[in-house]
Design a protein around this ligand. Structure first.
Ligand code: M6R
Length: 357
C-alpha cells in the first residue's frame, strides 16, 4: 500500500536506500563477505562471454552491469535488447552464459529469447524481483532483487536493485578468481544507501529544478559520458514515459555528430558529471549547447563540482555513481509528470509488465 504517499512512484523512489541495505544484508554471509550460490559463480566462470538480455529500464541496468563484469571480474559482456536479439542473433562465443534481467520476470520479448537459448542448450541466469516468475522458472539459475513489489509503471527501485545485484555478482566472481577489485563493495554500497538517504531528503530542490526546466518544455536532452551516458538513457526514458516530454539521452561526444542541430533557445539539457576522467569533456559539451541557447542543468558529484552546477550529489565510488545519479533524474521525471497533470503511476499506453511480443 502506498500509505501517506500520493503516488507509488514516490514511495518506491524513497524505498531505494532500504532496498540497497536489504541486498547487502541478504547477499552477505556470517563472515561479512558478499556471497552467491557456488553453482551460479561456477556457471559464470565457465562462460567465455556473457550475454545480457533485457528490455527498457532493465536493459539500461544491463549496460551498467557490463561495466561491472568487465572491470571487476574481467569477463567480456554483450548487452542486447530482447526484442532485437531474436532476429539479430550475434555470432555467439563457444561457451556463452545468458543473463536475463527483468523486474517482473514476465516480459514476453525476454522470454522468447530464453526459450531459444534453452533450445540451443545454453545456460541461463535470471535476475528478477519476482520469485517463481516465468523467467525465473525457465532459467537454470535465479538471483533475486529483494526490492519488494514495484507497482508504479515507471521502474525505479528495481533499476537500482538490479545494478546493486550485478555489482555483487561481479565482485563475488572476481573474488572467486583471486582478483582484487581494490575496494570493499559492501562498505561502498552502504555509503551509497546513505547518499540515497540524503538525496531523498533533497526533494524540494529537485522539484524547483523540475518546475523551472520541465513544466512547459516540449523536449529535453540528457548528456553524459561513460557510466553517466547509461544513466542519461534511463533518465530520458523515465521522463518520456510519465511526462510525455520528448526526451533523449546522448553520449556527450555524439552531440556534434547530429543532435546539436536540435538545440534551440531554452532547450533544457541535463548533463551528468560524476566521472572524473570525463568531467572536463562533458563540461565542454555543456558549453557547446549553451552557445546555441540551451538551458543547462548540471548534476555533478562532490569533488568534481563547479560553481555552475545545479545539483551536487554526495560522493560515492566512481563505479557506483549510477545508483545515486539516477535518483535526481527519477525525481525530475516524477515532478514533471505531477506539474503537467499526468497520471504518474499509470501513464497512458503503458502496462507494468509487457506480456506480448
Ligand atoms: O519487468 P521488466 O524489467 O522485464 O520490464 C522491462 C520494461 O518493460 C520496463 O523496464 C519498462 O521499460 C519500464 N516501464 C521503465 O520504467
Amino acid at each position: 500500500e502506498k500509505g501517506t504517499y500520493p503516488h507509488y512512484m514516490l514511495k518506491e523512489i524513497d524505498e531505494q536506500p532500504a532496498v540497497i541495505r536489504k541486498i547487502i544484508q541478504t547477499y552477505r554471509n556470517e563472515q561479512g563477505e558478499l556471497t552467491i550460490d557456488r553453482e551460479i559463480i561456477d556457471a559464470v566462470n565457465e562462460a567465455d562471454r556473457i550475454y545480457i538480455i533485457a528490455a527498457g529500464t532493465s536493459y539500461h541496468a544491463g549496460l551498467v552491469g557490463k561495466q561491472f563484469m568487465e572491470k571487476m571480474a574481467k569477463i567480456p559482456v554483450e548487452v542486447h535488447i530482447s526484442s532485437e536479439f531474436g532476429y539479430n542473433l550475434p555470432l555467439l562465443s563457444k561457451k556463452p552464459l545468458f543473463i536475463f534481467i527483468s523486474q517482473s520476470g514476465e516480459t514476453a520479448d525476454s522470454r522468447s529469447v530464453l526459450v531459444k537459448v534453452k533450445e540451443l542448450g545454453y545456460p541461463a541466469l535470471t535476475i528478477t524481483n519476482v520469485p517463481g516468475s516465468t523467467l525465473s522458472r525457465e532459467a537454470d539459475f535465479t538471483l533475486l532483487l529483494h526490492a519488494g513489489p514495484e507497482i508504479a509503471v515507471a521502474s525505479t527501485k528495481a533499476y537500482t536493485a538490479q545494478i546493486a545485484v550485478l555489482a555483487v555478482l561481479a565482485e563475488v566472481t572476481a573474488k572467486s578468481n583471486g582478483i582484487d577489485i581494490g575496494f570493499d563493495l559492501s562498505h561502498e554500497l552502504g555509503l551509497v544507501a546513505n547518499a540515497m538517504d540524503v538525496l531523498c531528503d533533497s526533494k524540494e530542490l529537485i522539484e524547483i529544478i523540475s518546475r523551472e526546466f520541465l513544466s512547459t518544455t516540449r523536449n529535453c536532452f540528457f548528456i553524459g559520458r561513460g557510466l553517466d551516458y547509461y544513466v542519461c538513457l534511463e533518465g530520458a526514458l523515465k521522463l518520456k514515459e510519465i511526462s510525455y516530454i520528448q526526451a533523449e539521452g546522448f553520449a556527450g561526444g555524439e552531440l556534434k555528430h547530429g543532435t546539436i542541430a536540435l538545440i534551440e533557445d531554452g532547450t533544457p539539457v541535463v548533463a551528468l558529471a560524476t566521472q572524473e576522467k570525463v568531467n572536463l569533456s562533458i563540461r565542454g559539451n555543456v558549453k557547446e549547447v549553451v552557445a546555441r541557447g540551451a538551458n543547462p542543468c548540471i548534476i555533478s558529484m562532490q569533488g568534481l563540482n563547479m560553481d555552475e552546477d545545479s545539483f551536487v550529489l554526495p560522493e560515492v565510488h566512481e563505479l557506483l555513481t549510477p545508483l545515486i545519479s539516477v535518483v535526481p533524474l527519477q525525481l525530475l521525471a516524477y515532478y514533471a509528470s505531477l506539474h503537467r497533470g499526468c497520471d504518474v503511476d499509470k501513464p497512458r499506453n503503458l502496462a507494468k509488465s509487457v506480456t506480448v511480443e
